[in-house]
Write a protein that binds this ligand. Structure first.
Ligand SMILES: [Zn+2]
Length: 100
């Protein structure tokens, strides 16, 4: 979490909810494996792209376990699994649509 302040802003709270709604409150990594798990986290596929902080195309809903599997907490880098989502972001495979 590079910018702790931002996570308390209204803008973020609203966007986070929009992402969860877009993803039907389900973990998108579990979904790839054919599993249905409630999401409790919204993940930045590119955590270092400050210009994409509020971009829905950079955001996916994950469960806690999957979110932990995206980040190497020792090196603070994305894991191999996390890098796959980075690739999907760069390919524009994450929908930017807003569901209100
Ligand atoms: Zn999951």
């Amino acid at each position: 979490m590079a910018h702790p302040k931002r996570y308390k802003e209204k803008r973020w709270i609203h966007l986070r909810l929009a992402v969860l709604k877009r993803d039907k409150f389900q973990c998108q990594e579990c979904k790839r494996k054919g599993e249905t798990t409630d999401a409790d986290t919204v993940h930045h596929c590119d955590p270092d792209a400050l210009d994409l902080f509020y971009d829905m195309g950079n955001l996916i809903s994950l469960c806690n376990a999957c979110h932990n599997s995206m980040h190497d907490r020792i090196t603070d880098e994305l894991t191999e699994r996390g890098k796959k989502w980075l690739l999907r972001l760069r390919r524009g495979q994450i929908p930017r649509i807003k569901i209100l």
